[in-house]
Design a protein. Structure first.
Length: 277
């Protein structure tokens, strides 16, 4: 869909699940793959995983798919890829994430997840680059997401839609990931609204309410994935220690550089985990 046209999700009367179904039909038509089994959203630092998961059968610009738009953030490639793993699974790789801080509304933030579910995917793997609150973590370290705290004051659920989030980040999938790499640590992801980085006081608040990771994505997408009936696995790449934990100022360039340096290792890890799913 061209950027010169209004996004159908901007229409408050639109049914977001119908828009997702249209997007899934676009993906099936453009890739030639009727059904996907697993979906991956690749955040900062995770992009190279798409090159080693399996054979790419199709790559399409996200803007050609209903409801998608060009990523606003460096580190996201702006494409959707269909990949066939060595054991025959079809993986949809989403390199076009809409962040909450872009101001397009929650429907557009979670559209990629709802589309993935509409393509048939039963597992949603969400990845991001984020700040670490634990002082024992180091930049470039991947960690599993065990739970989240949503500080956006928003939700992708509309109306009287009550969804249980008790085991949102699947214990089964986390166990599989740890079987691939037993050294994987895990923590609670805290989604702030952004786009400004957190203050040291806000990081301490997150720590005191149970957060170990701070970032600006993932939580809203995970809720939408659960609503769609998907099983969820979350990874954060610790690109820096959070404000006040590290004593130097934060910068987006630092996030990108940490992602580039860690990319070969974490991409290989993610590819091995996907193979094991």
């Amino acid at each position: 869909m061209s950027e010169t046209h209004s996004n159908p999700l901007d229409d408050p009367n639109a049914n977001p699940f119908e828009v997702a179904a249209d997007a899934a039909a676009d993906i099936a038509r453009l890739t030639g793959v009727e059904k996907h089994d697993i979906a991956l959203t690749l955040g900062s630092g995770w992009g190279k995983a798409a090159d080693i998961i399996g054979e790419t059968t199709a790559t399409i610009p996200a803007t050609e798919v209903t409801g998608f738009s060009k990523p606003a953030l460096e580190g996201h490639v702006g494409t959707l890829r269909s990949i066939r793993t060595p054991d025959g699974k079809n993986v949809l790789v989403i390199g076009a994430r809409t962040h909450y801080y872009e101001g397009h509304g929650v429907r557009r933030v979670v559209h990629s997840v709802r589309t993935a579910a509409a393509t048939g995917a039963k597992i949603m793997v969400l990845t991001n680059g984020a700040g670490g609150v634990r002082e024992t973590w180091t930049p470039g370290q991947p960690v599993l997401i065990s739970d989240h705290i949503n500080l956006t004051a928003d939700s992708p659920l509309e109306g009287a839609t009550f969804i249980d989030l008790t085991d949102l980040y699947s214990p089964r999938l986390r166990d599989i990931a740890r079987s691939v790499d037993p050294s994987l640590d895990e923590g609670v992801y805290t989604q702030f609204r952004g786009p400004h980085y957190e203050t040291p006081a806000e990081v301490q608040m997150a720590k005191h309410i149970g957060g170990h990771i701070v970032g600006m994505s993932t939580a809203l997408e995970a809720i939408a994935a659960r609503e769609a009936g998907m099983e969820i696995l979350g990874f954060s790449l610790i690109t820096n220690l959070a404000a006040g934990i590290q004593k130097t100022p934060l910068s987006h360039a630092e996030v990108i550089e940490a992602g580039r340096e860690a990319e070969p290792v974490i991409s290989a890890l993610l590819a091995r985990v996907v193979e094991a799913l």
